[in-house]
Write a protein of this length. Sequence first.
Length: 174
Amino acid sequence: MGLLERDFIKWDWDVELGVITDSIIDREDEIRVYFESKSFRVELINPSYKGFKINLFYYENKYSLWGLYFDDFYLQRNTFKFPKKYFLSFDKIEFRSLNYKIPNNVNELLTYIYGDWKKPIRSSDKKEYFESHIFIKENIMMRLSSSPKIGHSISRKWHDPLHTGECHEKKQAQ
């Protein structure tokens, strides 16, 4: 949504809704059944706590529900972090004749995320339009192990709490 125009951004064809992970993670089936009954196509993209994401497709539109969780200072997901202070209370905004809750002090939050957010950058590359400080920097093994598609095999291959070399040997024997 374009805050300045009070309308959708003309070149942005998806809607992303951040939801507290704890309120949604155990409701995957309920969400799927509900939205499929409304003729949406539903894809569970990432079932992990830190990266939870469900995509909902309706005709040519994509809606993403992505989980966010709190740590001491941030509300975050997988690779992004936002200062917690903006999400402890909410302001309201009217959008297309309906009222919605939004993070408090949204202008300051948007500046934190985008820098000069009043000059939209038309790009699909997040590194071009997000400020660098919102990205969580993790080592590659941490990021791979949290991936739902390869995380299980990574943790099986590389996790060896007793340092016996047993996992490595099993992989070589296969």
